[in-house]
Design a protein around this ligand. Sequence first.
Ligand SMILES: *[C@@H]1O[C@H](CO)[C@@H](O)[C@H](O)[C@H]1NC(C)=O
Ligand SMILES: *[C@@H]1O[C@H](CO)[C@@H](O)[C@H](O)[C@H]1NC(C)=O
Ligand SMILES: *[C@@H]1O[C@H](CO)[C@@H](O)[C@H](O)[C@H]1NC(C)=O
Ligand SMILES: *[C@@H]1O[C@H](CO)[C@@H](O)[C@H](O)[C@H]1NC(C)=O
Ligand SMILES: *[C@@H]1O[C@H](CO)[C@@H](O)[C@H](O)[C@H]1NC(C)=O
Ligand SMILES: *[C@@H]1O[C@H](CO)[C@@H](O)[C@H](O)[C@H]1NC(C)=O
Ligand SMILES: *[C@@H]1O[C@H](CO)[C@@H](O)[C@H](O)[C@H]1NC(C)=O
Ligand SMILES: *[C@@H]1O[C@H](CO)[C@@H](O)[C@H](O)[C@H]1NC(C)=O
Ligand SMILES: *[C@@H]1O[C@H](CO)[C@@H](O)[C@H](O)[C@H]1NC(C)=O
Ligand SMILES: *[C@@H]1O[C@H](CO)[C@@H](O)[C@H](O)[C@H]1NC(C)=O
Ligand SMILES: *[C@@H]1O[C@H](CO)[C@@H](O)[C@H](O)[C@H]1NC(C)=O
Length: 435
Amino acid sequence: MLFTKAFLASLAMASSAYGQSTVSSASSASSASKTSTASAAASSSALAVCSSTLTASSQADLDTISSCSTFKGDIILASPITAAAINGVQAITGSLSVVNITTLTSLSAPQLGNVSDTVDLRILEALTEVNFPSLTQASTLNLVTMNKISTINFAAGVSSLDTLVVSDTSLTSISGVNPTKLTTLNINNNKYLTALNFSLTYVYELDISSTANSVSINLPKLTSAHNATFRDASSINIANVSLVNSTLSFVNTTVKNIQLPKLTDIEGSLAIVSNSQLTNISFPLLTVIGGGFQIANNSKLASFSGFPLLETVGGAIDFVGDFDNATLPELSTVRGGVTVDSSSEDFNCSSWNALQSANGIRGDSYVCKAATVSTSVAIASTATASSNSKTSSAASATATGESSSSSSSKNGAVGSYGLESSLFGAIALFVLQFI
Ligand SMILES: *[C@@H]1O[C@H](CO)[C@@H](O)[C@H](O)[C@H]1NC(C)=O
Ligand SMILES: *[C@@H]1O[C@H](CO)[C@@H](O)[C@H](O)[C@H]1NC(C)=O
Ligand SMILES: *[C@@H]1O[C@H](CO)[C@@H](O)[C@H](O)[C@H]1NC(C)=O
Ligand SMILES: *[C@@H]1O[C@H](CO)[C@@H](O)[C@H](O)[C@H]1NC(C)=O
Ligand SMILES: *[C@@H]1O[C@H](CO)[C@@H](O)[C@H](O)[C@H]1NC(C)=O
Ligand SMILES: *[C@@H]1O[C@H](CO)[C@@H](O)[C@H](O)[C@H]1NC(C)=O
Ligand SMILES: *[C@@H]1O[C@H](CO)[C@@H](O)[C@H](O)[C@H]1NC(C)=O
Ligand SMILES: *[C@@H]1O[C@H](CO)[C@@H](O)[C@H](O)[C@H]1NC(C)=O
Ligand SMILES: *[C@@H]1O[C@H](CO)[C@@H](O)[C@H](O)[C@H]1NC(C)=O
Ligand SMILES: *[C@@H]1O[C@H](CO)[C@@H](O)[C@H](O)[C@H]1NC(C)=O
Ligand SMILES: *[C@@H]1O[C@H](CO)[C@@H](O)[C@H](O)[C@H]1NC(C)=O
């Protein structure tokens, strides 16, 4: 598919850049390690072996460092290694890099507890077995493009991580990876991953999607996030979230409910788009949305009654769908424009016209469209009657035809939620990692 192809291309770019920077240092390091092995087991040469980058293309290469409880540098695996066991090493002060090795079928590091930088497992199409039974700590864990492996042994539990990326794998579970704080959590394109259950309390950036369209997401301890995007989930429990520092999006899920009983403040935008089974939204304490507010194309959502306290929207409002009731009882200020467009016969614009009459809409456009012709005419006359010039031009566009429904996208704040944006995110993420 488009996503997979372009995503792989981005990986190819990233990993070839990565390859260039490591190959030269790696080959000199590898000859250095051969020399020191040859010069036998004096303790000074053992020290040298433990503190330079190792490129290992065979088990014999890996065995040269089995006496290094702490390995100071990077360990890079390379073809034609088939089964790799990193015995003896308890800590790596650099990275463990296992990237694009078509021969590798199994990987284990029985004693490895701590990797200061990245555990980078990518593009490993023959890999069927991975054992990291002692690993508790790393900075970044990448599990990317591994299509033959269904589970990974993290028996000790990886509790300290900064970045977790799980992408394009056939993993059915990532149990054993359970950090409490993360800067980045990016899980996408894993067809067989049906449940995600983390004790996470804080995440800066969260982006979860899955082509399985049935992942059940359980983050019961999460209390705040900078931004979070959920796609393709079948259920989402983030009931303890009280603050979202930037954007919160639910796109293309099959969830029935979106409930955030403790959330008081979204400093950026809120988007609820194309959730085919959604019937109930509940944000009982939410008073402020700092950016745009979009509820669009949720085909079973009849009422937006889940925002009883919402007073202020800092950006534009864009409501599109087949809803009967879009009344937000406490809403008094919208700093951007407003587009409300329902195809339901039961919907009318009275609450929005009232907000507009009270000068609650500060943006330069107000459009409210209802399904019935009579209501539509009534809106146009109401809006024109309350004439300021910008409003009446928007209103006359509504009265004369179909032209105005797309105007909301110009009002900024609410983003576009096509595949491109998540793809761009993924590329940006990988580029950042390899700078
Ligand atoms: C993987 O390595 C092969 C050579 O072994 C190379 O041709 C290919 O471009 C690499 N793929 C990526 C995505 O880096
Ligand atoms: C892991 O390594 C880092 C950096 O060397 C160190 O600060 C930390 O204490 C180590 N943690 C454990 C559990 O060994
Ligand atoms: C999630 O994990 C917690 C503890 O790690 C466990 O108690 C709970 O049963 C799990 N929930 C699901 C739905 O797997
Ligand atoms: C989160 O915010 C960062 C920085 O503003 C942005 O680059 C990234 O694309 C956002 N991610 C999501 C999932 O919205
Ligand atoms: C929710 O967060 C509060 C702290 O804000 C914490 O005391 C509570 O245990 C959390 N609830 C769950 C289910 O983790
Ligand atoms: C919110 O985000 C801003 C920058 O984007 C940051 O300075 C601030 O500390 C964040 N606040 C919280 C509570 O995360
Ligand atoms: C929703 O998912 C379908 C199928 O995966 C895709 O074709 C469509 O573009 C997605 N829509 C959005 C708004 O992401
Ligand atoms: C929506 O969820 C809220 C909170 O759980 C509940 O009080 C309300 O009855 C639900 N509404 C519908 C229509 O299911
Ligand atoms: C909602 O659906 C309409 C018609 O299918 C489409 O034109 C519009 O782009 C969709 N809006 C969003 C935000 O997905
Ligand atoms: C529409 O929603 C508002 C706000 O939740 C509620 O007060 C009102 O009773 C609803 N109207 C109808 C006709 O259901
Ligand atoms: C408009 O709809 C609201 C419910 O959303 C209802 O309470 C009100 O009576 C309706 N007004 C008219 C004129 O139909």
